[in-house]
Design a protein around this ligand. Structure first.
Ligand SMILES: [Zn+2]
Length: 539
């Protein structure tokens, strides 16, 4: 049977704007498939959910003429939503992945930040109830913080035999993309130089993982120099290589060498350096391919397996060198080749007509303040100390005075600082529908009882002004975490059989991907999601 010809066609439909783009003939109703519906030949045997950590929405277009591999294929064959904006305020890795996994905003998913205070405890996916398998002295990780199920769980509900495989350099990314499931979930532990899992998922390491850590990861020790692979004639697509606000302020240009940049000469710190380079994404792919082969992921007709890879190194390189740097351009060209190899493997191992890919980012990033054209501000330690001192004093005075709404007064104190941005009291965020678009973003991020923000303990959620950078108080690096466009804007690309390529400019949300991929897999998903499928199935 020719699966390409028999595969279902998908029409793009944007429910928000009711615009039907690139549409085929009108088809089946957009409601989820009913449980027990028999699988057809067009059902993919593998859903591939790819996240690139900190991939801002402009970067693929910026470097498109330099791509020759996986990004080129995605941009050429895929359906490219060029206006995908995260809909929450705290644009960090964990909330972003929680939303992408569950199809609901981070507040409802229960993940308002990478880490937060809950009662007296600091809480994150790192879970002191669990251990790393084989490293019992190290705390493990689990999705116990996650209040919602995700796409991986829905696939397992539809077919308990489905294989769920999630890998990333970061624990929070690998864990959250697998939802609440006990699938195969692996991430990188830089101190041991190994990919690991936790006792939440299993009690022993699979033999392929032990062999991978012993042989492949050890082999990566030879990669002690990060050289640029940017073609000289295209280098000007990125900013000049040398800039005082990059890296550690000293090692700001290629080549980057372990022996010059190592963190602690008194210990074996190779993998701490390695995880600042793009080579860790290559290792992450290597692990995914070994695991897929060993476990036969994606090869069983009538069953849809789940593969998530969250590539972390765009984030690490972006924090150190900024999104426009030569280093980030090189990192993305390397990721282009990593994705090329992934797709080539999937074509061969799964079959081109049998897998569907969704790629997006968990958040964007702020351009280095020195490179922001309209002017950016790098906060100093003194600026930060001034804010904290004013707030502590105000909070104390309010406490003394027995003020009825101290949070409200604190937001007014904050507004006196010229570099402050939005500030809302928890009362504002609980007061029902808001008009202010920033208030809506903060509402969608807010989980009562989980204090993730700088001033959450005072009943206030806030951020700095646009293009104001609150990061490490040195004179280098950048970050994300704001509710502004540059931190919320990410690519969103779908690619697979029956999906017609093209560009769609209508606004969509990255968390639409979870129900979209569920729709393509023909499985039911919860009816109370914040995301909507971006395609309609026309069988
Ligand atoms: Zn980051």
């Amino acid at each position: 049977m020719d699966l390409v010809r028999r595969s279902a066609r998908y029409a793009v439909i944007l429910f928000g704007g009711l615009s039907v783009l690139l549409a085929c003939a009108a088809g089946a109703s957009p409601s989820p498939a009913s449980p027990g519906e028999s699988p057809d030949d067009s059902q993919p045997t593998l859903v591939v959910y790819l996240v690139v950590d900190q991939l801002r929405g402009d970067l693929l277009d910026r470097y498109s003429q330099a791509f020759t591999g996986g990004f080129r294929r995605l941009l050429g064959e895929g359906l490219n939503f060029t206006n995908a904006l995260h809909g929450h305020s705290s644009t960090e890795t964990a909330p972003g992945h929680a939303a992408l996994s569950t199809g609901v905003h981070p507040g409802r998913a229960g993940v308002p930040a990478n880490a937060w205070r809950e009662g007296g405890d600091r809480v994150q996916v790192v879970d002191p109830q669990e251990r790393l398998v084989g490293l019992p002295e190290v705390a493990g990780a689990s999705p116990r913080v996650l209040l919602r199920t995700g796409l991986a769980d829905w696939l397992l509900e539809a077919d308990p035999r489905a294989k769920v495989f999630s890998v990333s350099a970061k624990d929070r990314a690998a864990v959250l993309m697998a939802g609440q499931s006990k699938g195969e979930v692996y991430w990188f532990d830089a101190l041991s130089g190994q990919f690991v899992t936790s006792t939440y998922y299993r009690s022993d390491n699979p033999s392929w993982l032990t062999r991978f850590n012993r042989e492949t990861m050890t082999g990566y020790r030879a990669d002690s120099v990060w050289v640029s692979t940017v073609p000289p004639e295209l280098a000007d697509l990125s900013a000049p290589d040398t800039a005082s606000f990059e890296g550690d302020g000293v090692n700001t240009y290629f080549p980057h060498r372990y022996h010059q940049e190592r963190i602690d000469p008194d210990m074996d710190d190779f993998f701490l350096w390695f995880q600042t380079t793009p080579m860790l994404d290559r290792a992450t792919l290597d692990l995914a391919l070994v695991a897929m082969e060993a476990e036969g992921v994606g090869r069983t007709p009538g069953r849809t397996d789940f593969l998530s890879i969250s590539f972390s190194q765009t984030d690490r390189v972006g924090h150190a060198y900024g999104p426009l740097s030569r280093e980030q351009m090189d990192n993305l060209l390397r990721l282009d080749r990593v994705l090329e190899d992934l797709f080539a493997f999937l074509d061969r191992f799964v079959g081109r007509a049998r897998y569907v890919v969704g790629l997006t980012g968990d958040h964007g990033v702020m351009t280095m303040p020195e490179r922001v054209e309209e002017g950016g501000l790098r906060l100093t330690q003194e600026d930060r100390a001034n804010v904290e001192e004013s707030l502590t004093r105000a909070a104390w005075e309010l406490g003394q005075a027995g003020h009825s709404d101290p949070a409200k007064v604190l937001t007014e104190v904050l507004r006196e600082f010229p570099f402050m941005g939005p500030a809302f009291t928890h009362g504002d965020l609980l007061a029902g529908e808001q008009e202010d678009s920033l208030a809506i973003l903060f509402q969608r991020n807010f989980t009562p009882g989980r204090a993730g923000g700088l001033l959450s303990m005072y009943g206030v959620e806030m951020w700095w002004g646009e293009n104001v950078l609150d990061w490490n108080y040195a004179s280098f690096g950048t970050t994300h975490g704001s509710p502004f466009h540059y931190d919320r804007w990410v690519p969103l690309i779908l690619m697979g059989p029956g999906i017609e390529g093209g560009r769609v400019e209508d606004p969509v949300q990255p968390l639409d991907l979870a129900p979209t991929l569920a729709r393509i897999a023909g499985i039911p998903y919860p009816d109370d999601l914040d995301g909507v499928p971006l395609i309609r199935r026309n069988d």
